[in-house]
Each structure stands twice: as structure tokens, then as C-alpha cells.
Design a binder for this molecule. Sequence first.
Ligand code: NAP
Length: 285
Amino acid sequence: MPVPARTLDGTAAADAIYDSTAVAALEFTEQHGRAPLLATVLVGEDPSSQTYVRMKRSRCRRVGIDSRAVELPASTTTAELVARITELSQDPAVDGILLQHPVPSHVDERAAFEAIAPAKDVDGVTMASYAAMAFGEPGFHSCTPGGILRLLDVNGVDPAGMHAVVVGRSPILGKPVSALLLARDATVTTCHSRTKDLADHVARADLVVAAVGKPELVRGEWIKPGAVVVDAGYHPGGIGDVDQAGAAERASWLTPVPGGVGPMTIALLLEQTVAAARRHARAAV
Ligand code: NAP
């Protein structure tokens, strides 16, 4: 009889981060007479993006972080967005900046991300943050990839020496999680839409990270028995990028959907906002 996979419980791990972040935010507020401040920037009226920003701001309130909402119309140009983010980068009252992804297609998202001062890049989206992740140097982690690594760590899953197969190479997920895993001594294969024989790559993985945005693309029967499976996907109805039922019969560890990777993303964002506020306050003295 196969032993069902153990759960990589993102809700429990995120709650622990919220608790420690609330303590750190209170300590910061007592020391500096103000709470850490996260500026959220939303361009346009995409309902999912509006929901994500609302959730992030509500979580900020619950742990004692202030937030400032910047909402811009869908017609905002790249130059206007860059100018607004540059103002926030230069504003001494702002500790962290989150630009909600995706921005409308006419906007150059990379130019907008690069307007975020690296010291305030608490969502880990700038090239400077990416380089720090790749070199294993201190810096802010891209929140979903950083959350995935933390979830492995708190469950005692060490990627060192594992063959990790990452399905997806987006700038916010596949590429940075590959960089973080390599920095943690995994042997990493990064797959994408032009990869041939995806099933063969996945079948050789000790650790699979699915970050592809296609419901259940990664089939349970592809999973090597005993592999660790991280499903970053989320689709309506609680469906991930992995065939969860099939994977549960073969994997040793599996992230549920929902309640796996998702909760870790916001938790890392808040933790990094308090860290940015501390560094910001130290730099100001
Ligand atoms: P994305 O920007 O659309 O990137 C998808 C990636 O998958 C691309 O690199 C693409 O390859 C690759 N791909 C597409 N079809 C493929 C195929 N048939 N075989 C192999 N690779 C294929 O998506 P994303 O923003 O990284 O998000 C990925 C998933 O994570 C989504 O389900 C999203 O909802 C979820 N997500 C979750 C969180 C969270 O907090 N839990 C945060 C962000 C995203 P190319 O590069 O060749 O196009």
C-alpha cells in the first residue's frame, strides 16, 4: 500500500511568520514612534489583483504594519508609473513598495519594477534582488519563491544534493525559485513551454516545483516515488498545476491547494517589510 504524502502546510507556517512579524512590528513601533509602512501600487481594475492587494493590506493591519494604497487607472503610461514609484522610492516615510503583478499589457513592467529602490524591494522583483538571490547574498527574496524555500525549511526538507525540476521560468516564480534552489545546493533543471519530454524531466526529480499556470499539467504518474512536490499553481475550485490526487499517492511531501504555497507569499512580504523598516531606520541614524 502506498503511504500518502505528508502535507507541507503553508497555513501553519505562515501563521508562525505572522506571529513573529507582529512581535517585530510592535518592537519597531515602540522604538521609532511609527509603524513600518508598505506602499501598495495597483494599476487598473483587474478583480483578482484588487483582491490580492486588499488581502495584503488587511494582513498588514493585523500584524501592525501600516499600508498606503496607490491606485492608478488602467490608462497609466510606463513613464507615469515609473514617476510614481520613483516618488515612493524617495519618500522617507515609505519602507517597502509592492507593485501588484500583472500590470496592463501596454506598461513596461520591468521598467516599473526597476523604479523600486532595492532597499524597499520587499517583494523581491528587481534585478538587484534577483542577483542577490542567485549569488546567495543578503537581499530580499521574491516572495513566492522565498515562501517555498521557507516551507521546505520548516518541514526539515533540505534541497541540498536533490535534483530539483522547476516547471516554469517566469521572472516572479520559476527563475527566482530555480536561483534559490541552486544557491541551496540543489541540482536544478528549469523547464518551460519549449521543453521537450516534460514528463521525463519530472520523472527524474527528487523535488518538483510546478509554477506553470496550467491546471493539473503535472500528472501524478510522472512523479518519482518519494519525491517532494511543491504546487505553486492556483485555479478556481482549488485546483493546482499538479494533479494533486495522483501526486499524493507517490510523493513523500506535497503542498495542498489551497493552503500550501499561497499563504507563504503574503507572510514573506510582511516579514520583509519589517526587515526593510529596520534597515531603513538604521540607515537614517
Ligand atoms: P507565467 O508568468 O504565466 O509563467 C508560466 C511559465 O510556465 C512560463 O515560463 C511558461 O514557459 C511555462 N509553461 C507554460 N506552458 C508550459 C508547458 N506546457 N510546459 C512547460 N512549461 C510551460 O506564470 P507565473 O506568474 O509564474 O505563475 C505560475 C503559477 O503560479 C500560476 O498557476 C499562478 O497562479 C501561480 N502563482 C501563485 C502565487 C502564489 O502566491 N501562490 C504567486 C504567483 C503565481 P515560457 O516561459 O516558455 O512561456
